[in-house]
Design a binder for this molecule. Sequence first.
Ligand code: C2G
Length: 130
Amino acid sequence: MIKVLTYGTYDLFHYGHLRLLERAKELGDYLIVGISTDEFNHIKGKVCVYPYEERAAIVQAISYVDEVIPEENWEQKVRDVIENEIDIFVMGDDWKGEFDFLEEHCRVVYLPRTDGISSTEIKEDIKNGI
Ligand code: C2G
């Protein structure tokens, strides 16, 4: 069984998130998603609309996703890859190169982001009444 791992905030779940998870699952048989906790998002400098529990529940309900784990810090990835026997680590290519250090443990794949959508843009659109 090919196991795939990815991480993200997944706030205001949108089509770009869905396409990332769809393509990540296509690379293997079992997809684990690490959802950034509220505390970790504070460290990342990200303010979320939805709390961790809701962001995690939404992602867990996606048919491509097999398991959700909390992402609490930058350092846990190597341990998560080893402990979960991950074969492929996947991120959108806005992170290209940032996680190449995982290549000694698993294949690292950066997928093209979906243009024209982001949680930030959604917040702006709502603020501007569009
Ligand atoms: N994404 C995408 N297309 C978009 C928006 C996001 O493909 N239009 C991808 C991102 O590249 C990422 C995933 O969807 O792989 C989740 O995006 P975010 O929730 O913005 O994740 P981020 O805050 O970048 O956190 O340790 C890694 C971090 O937790 C990633």
